[in-house]
Design a binder for this molecule. Sequence first.
Ligand code: PMV
Length: 339
Amino acid sequence: MNGVYRATVASNIAFLKYWGKRDARLQWPANDSFSMTLSRLCSTTEARPIQASDHRFVFAGQAFSRAEKRFAKTFQQLDDLTQTFGFRDQLEIRTENNFPMGAGIASSASGLAALTLASLAAWLKAPDWQSLAAKGFSLSRIANLARQGSGSAGRSLFGGYVAWRAGDHPEQQTIEPLFPAEHWDLHDTIVLFSKGEKSLSSTEAHAHAWSSPLFRTRLAGLPERLAAMENAMTHCNFEQLGPLLEMEALEMHAVTMTATPSHCYLTSDAWNFLASLREARRRGEVHAYFTIDAGPNIHLIHEASEHEQLKRWLEERFNPQELLHDRVGQGPQLSFLSE
Ligand code: PMV
């Protein structure tokens, strides 16, 4: 069927971080990770077969060639999928994010997931989930292909709360939803301390993690932390979950700061904010815990009932455009627009 295949995929925020790879070529993570798929912060990607000698890639209305470094993963993913499945068509890919790219809110997760889903749908001429599955492309298989493009992308293909398990061999990796969005309506309010590109790409940071003297100790303790998180999730126990989120984020950043070369993603404003958040929590003014990905922006995880109070507290300190409000989401959408 000729037409445009459109995928809308939300970003995800890791509660337990994927940080470090056991095998970079096979995209095999050093540890299991666990995340919440968001609802509003999305990448929307449209793919359409074209007659041309190469793919055409348009981001936010502007065309970019293969030579553009920041879209290297995009072209690599298209090439890898072409090679694996022998697809013949070149594609026109048009994509947009509704949040700043590379600012530490995992645009690579939603971007690579939406790219993988839309381009597979276009190559396979599969306008919906049923046709994809009928051609052998279950959601799990698509998630597994997306994570080869960017690790965290695999988790964005499911809604709710999602685990990516490393397994004992690279081929044993699994990505699966553990709890649906309805299980617990958690929110993520993001305070933007930088809208620019990340100061160190996650690809480089994953590679440097092994040089930190803290890294092996971290890996040894993660199964216990993950079990505690899953227990907190099972019982919707926010008092148990919150401190685990903060310990996990601080540990990931401690690894990065103690790696060679050493790197710190957080700005002094972001560090100061963490201190004021903890103080406000101690005084009972807010009830939220932070987590931080590979950037300076702070994600405040909280229960739905706490959102209004947190929002008021934040709006006394930040401009509305420095805040993004999101919550757990349902997972990707796929649609077909006939020409
Ligand atoms: O998918 P990558 O290679 O951009 O790595 C993601 C790393 C973190 O966002 C910091 C953690 C995670 O699990 O999403």
